[in-house]
Design a binder for this molecule. Structure first.
Ligand code: TYD
Ligand code: MG
Length: 459
């Protein structure tokens, strides 16, 4: 028998190490490593017997592709690439409480008008789901509802000629396989359960929705360990303090990944937002000085955030510098450059900087947006409400190009913005065309921070 040695698995990305470490070397997550029961990794059965020849076929088939199913939620259909493909598996990830169950219950209700739909909850009791359905106005929808967590029971119930056409598993982290020692929610459990469910979905041709919670503390496995197994990965994002939610396709085998769906959380569930810019601009309370929208990137994902600055006269000998959501040192640098290179001295002022929505920005690309917010607040001239800003600031005051300018501009255009304040020179690296060529936005190129001061000069 193979020697069983302990296995330490990152609950975020699934990387395996032989010892416990505080920070995952693969994905950089802190405190996400947990010990799991070791599995025998030796493939069985390869020693004896001969494989059978596989049949190759041409790319062009004779059977017509199955039509896509519409969920009745336009934003969701669009993010999925125009409806659901039969036999496909979709992973819906997001923070707890963001609205995943609400979205999928609404989708299930919409689909149940035409298809047989099963909703299996491992988190809520039947009555709770019914209550929610009632609130959403879907109490009469023909959705088959069950609470179950045993993989064996779920597979047995779904494997048959009368299998439903759409199955929702809420959430994959509550499902457990009794032949695996690890606790429910660990990487081994989540992976094994998802693999079995996906196999069944492909065989029976039903659409499988898996809900996956994103966790920061690493107690349960994040959806990232499943991303490679499923056809489509959707992330549901937003701040619980705000009512807007964004559904984003991170991976899609049946459509583009640059689509986003925007929803608003109301007391009757999630409402589609036809004009996202209206929602975002409404949050900004019109033309207020010191507020600026930064077109940022979170990993490969573009994200627009509002940066707010308040510059106020100070009575303190060493004025306050309070920063929420950004790097204090970076703020000091921008203030120093404004002072030394542009002659805007704020050393006698308190400076408050806030990234609205509770986000934390790490990108240097936010420099220009921060500077614009600061200058706007100091001069009391608002930044145009339909303008996005991005660019890195150098110590001599030059504005430097940043990566993925086109992606940022595309996202801004999609969210209804009309102008962009961007670095003058495009970045010369591959893919960083920048400069806004061909962009639907009106581009204002900035070469030096001094130009920003000109822009917000009070006439
Ligand atoms: P939920 O779908 O349970 O989140 P998840 O499944 O991602 O954990 O959403 C719960 C939140 O949504 C909760 O804070 C209440 C809010 N909500 C509404 O505001 N209106 C509604 O009609 C519903 C059903 C939920
Ligand atoms: Mg839920």
């Amino acid at each position: 028998m193979a020697k069983v040695s302990p296995r330490f698995v990152c609950q975020d990305c699934g990387a395996v190490t032989t010892r416990w470490v505080g920070k995952c070397e693969s994905c950089g997550a802190w405190n996400s490593i947990a010990e799991e029961a070791a599995r025998e990794e030796v493939p069985k059965g390869l020693s004896g017997g001969k494989g059978k020849r596989i049949e190759f076929v041409g790319l062009e088939g004779s059977s017509a592709p199955l039509p896509r199913m519409a969920t009745g939620i336009g934003e969701l259909d669009r993010v999925c690439g125009g409806g659901l493909v039969p036999g496909s598996c979709l992973l819906v990830g997001g923070d707890p409480g963001i609205g995943k169950s609400t979205l999928l219950l609404q989708a299930a209700a919409g689909l149940s008008a035409k298809e047989a739909v099963a909703y299996i909850s491992g988190e809520e009791a039947v009555d709770q789901v019914r209550m929610r359905a009632g609130r959403l106005g879907h109490a009469k929808a023909r959705v088959a509802l069950a609470t179950a967590t045993s993989l064996r029971d779920i597979l047995a119930s779904l494997d048959g000629p009368e299998a439903p056409r759409v199955v929702v598993i809420d959430s994959i982290q509550t499902v457990y396989a009794d032949n695996i020692e690890s606790a429910p929610g660990t990487v081994s459990q989540v992976r094994a359960c998802a693999a079995e469910l996906i196999r069944l979905a492909k065989r029976r041709g039903f659409v499988l929705f898996l809900v996956g919670h994103v966790t920061k503390d690493g107690q349960i496995a994040g959806p990232r360990v499943l991303e490679h197994m499923v056809d489509t990965v959707l992330y549901f994002e937003g701040d619980r303090g705000h009512q807007f939610r964004i559904l984003r396709a991170v991976k899609n085998r049946f459509g583009a990944t640059d689509e986003i769906g925007v929803f608003e959380m109301t007391d009757k569930g999630l409402a589609e937002v036809a004009n996202p810019s209206a929602l975002f601009l409404a949050e900004r309370r019109g033309n207020v000085s010191g507020s600026c929208v930064f077109a940022g990137m979170e990993g490969t994902r573009p994200m627009l955030v509002e940066i707010q600055a308040l510059v106020a006269p100070s009575s303190l000998s060493s004025p306050r510098r309070a920063v929420v959501g950004w790097d204090t040192n970076r703020l000091s640098m921008v203030l120093a450059v404004l002072d030394a290179r542009c002659g805007l001295a704020l050393s006698g002022n308190d400076v408050y900087l806030n990234v609205a929505g509770g986000l934390r920005i790490a990108e240097p690309a936010a420099d220009l947006a921060v500077a614009a917010a600061l200058v706007s607040s100091a001069s009391d001239v608002p930044v145009a409400a339909d303008m996005v800003v991005f660019g890195e600031i150098g110590l001599s005051g030059e504005v430097r190009a940043v990566a993925q300018a086109d992606t940022r501009l595309k996202e801004a255009a999609k969210l209804g913005f009309a102008q962009a304040l961007v670095p003058a020179r495009p970045r010369k690296d591959k893919g960083g065309a920048g400069g806004g060529a061909g962009s639907p936005l009106a581009i204002r190129s900035i070469g030096h921070l001094q130009d920003v001061l000109e822009l917000f000069r009070r006439d």
